[in-house]
Ligand binder design. Structure first.
Ligand SMILES: [Zn+2]
Length: 116
């Protein structure tokens, strides 16, 4: 939560935040996903990040996540705070696979649900 608050306060321009909040949530999710992908090195280290959206669900994966803690509460917290603040206040994030449990990737599902 504190990491995401730092990002919102210092790393994501206020204008971009305003635009994201004004967009329909699926479009906002695509824009946020692009920004997350461009900055993936900051939270996935040597792991390989990928993200896609299908309808109202965003799939995030960090292959060979070197920061896996099983479950990855830090990653889940950051993704939850960013998506609930910028895309849909009702967004929910669950980790469905984890490197720390022997999976090839940490996988997160973001359900955008209805927020606006
Ligand atoms: Zn994990």
């Amino acid at each position: 939560m504190r990491t995401a608050n730092y990002l919102l306060a210092n790393r994501i321009p206020k204008l971009a935040q305003w635009v994201l909040k004004a967009l329909p949530r699926r479009q906002a999710a695509d824009v946020l996903l692009g920004a997350i992908t461009r900055n993936a090195w900051t939270f996935s280290g040597s792991g390989r990040f990928s993200g896609t959206r299908e309808g109202a669900t965003v799939h995030l994966a960090i292959e060979a996540n070197p920061l896996a803690t099983g479950p990855c509460a830090w990653h889940r917290g950051v993704f939850t705070r960013l998506f609930t603040e910028l895309v849909s206040k009702d967004a929910r994030v669950v980790e469905t696979a984890c490197v720390a449990d022997g999976d090839a990737a940490c996988r997160f599902e973001v359900s955008l649900l209805d927020g606006r």
